[in-house]
Write a protein that binds this ligand. Structure first.
Ligand code: PLP
Length: 389
């Protein structure tokens, strides 16, 4: 969001920015979804909705859970929220007591740690590395669990790495959690439809049904249906947790816009747009990875999902610019913005200094233009490196 604010400022000054910072699809919201919203207005569906969300939307979520995840859930186990972000916020507020620890794999989506702290908890970060594909393994998870551990946050496909856990990886994490009955599982699945791995994978709750009583699924229409501005997310979990979250929502936002809720119900019914976006993102992923892999002094784990690449640029940080060693990716991102008007997000935001995140949420021509601009700056930095190898 900080990068986006800087971009708004520069754009207001008439500067053209190649924006690969924002985590949102560049597609228009599919027409069938806009039509549903227009119909909702015409039919007067413009009043307060129940705090847990319109029944029509919650039923659409139940149907989607059966269609995509092959999980049978009831309407009482579902709450519609103001984006996936607020679903997670409400879940943490409802679940945590002061001092509770929440295990969060690194690199992480920026908001997790702060949301845990806002709920009085302590985030405990689990480091991962490129050689593990940026994924947490079962031994690591088991070793991190202690009597203060209240929850584990799993995000697959991941923002920012694009890592996707396979069915066997999910199973082995599930087994560790099954042996730790006090630990809740929060699974952030907002990128679920953007999985290029091609491996059909059953939902973790199908693999480990025992976890059902302590698992909160977080999801949203933002990324899968190009609906970031509509602000509709949802959570699926034990009905007692959903009731607590509904109380909190009722006394805070009352719920998201009724019109957006009708539109989200249409979205979740599915349409050809789901496959079209997946194909386009896969094409872009392939293009962008090829370009990054061709750059010197950069290494990349090819992501299996979401719409981000997360290259390691550590080596470039020892280059000197204007008499000063670059040192941090925040400085590298500033340089890219100043020199080439290219916006990336520094890895520090995700707990992973030495990396940058590029969202490939722009057309192929813009991505090519951006990669050339990045290539120019990086070639200059590579040229100025003191080489020890
Ligand atoms: N979870 C992850 C991993 C995200 O990347 C985002 C948005 O960037 C969200 C949740 C929240 O998205 P929204 O509130 O738009 O549903």
């Amino acid at each position: 969001m900080a990068v986006t604010n800087e971009i708004f400022r520069l754009r207001a000054d008439g500067v053209r920015i190649l924006n690969f910072g924002a985590g949102e699809p560049d597609f228009e919201t599919p027409e069938r979804i806009g039509d549903a919203a227009r119909r909702a207005i015409a039919l007067g569906q413009t009043r307060y909705a129940p705090a847990a969300g319109l029944v029509e939307l919650r039923e659409a979520i139940v149907a989607k859970m059966a269609r995509i995840n092959h999980l049978e859930v009831s309407v009482e186990e579902v709450i519609a929220t103001t984006g996936g972000k607020h679903a997670l916020f409400l879940g943490l507020q409802a679940l945590l007591n002061p001092g509770d620890e929440v295990l969060i794999p690194v690199p992480y989506w920026t908001s997790y740690g702060d949301m845990v702290r806002l709920a009085g908890g302590n985030p405990v970060f689990l480091p991962t590395s490129a050689s593990d594909g940026f994924k947490v393994g079962p031994e690591q998870l088991a070793a991190a669990i202690n009597p203060r551990t209240r929850a584990f946050v799993l995000n697959t496909p991941s923002n920012p790495t694009g890592a996707v856990y396979s069915e066997s990886e999910l199973s082995s994490l599930g087994e560790v959690l099954a042996a730790a009955p006090e630990v809740a599982l929060l699974t952030d699945e907002v990128y679920e439809l953007l999985d290029f791995s091609g491996q059909p994978s059953r939902h973790l709750l199908r693999l480990c049904p025992k976890l059902r009583a302590r698992c909160l699924i977080i999801n949203s229409v933002s990324k899968s249906y190009a609906m970031t501005g509509w602000r509709v997310g949802y959570a699926v979990g034990p009905s007692a947790w959903i009731r607590a979250m509904t109380t909190l929502q009722g006394q805070s936002t009352t719920g998201t816009s009724s019109i957006s809720q009708v539109a989200a119900a249409e979205a979740l019914g599915g349409g050809p747009d789901e496959a079209i976006m997946l194909d386009e993102f896969r094409r872009r992923r392939d293009l962008v990875c090829e370009r990054w892999q061709a750059l010197q002094d950069v290494s990349l784990v090819v992501p299996d999902g979401a719409f981000y690449v997360f290259p390691d640029v550590t080596r470039l940080l020892s280059a000197t610019v204007d008499g000063e060693v670059l040192g941090k990716t925040t400085r590298l991102c500033e340089l890219l913005l100043e020199r080439e008007q290219v916006a990336l997000v520094p890895g520090e935001a995700f707990g992973a200094p030495g990396h940058v995140r590029m969202a490939y949420t722009a057309g192929v021509a813009t991505l090519e233009e951006g990669m050339q601009a990045i290539g120019r700056v990086f070639a200059e930095l590579s040229g100025g490196l003191v080489r020890t190898d």
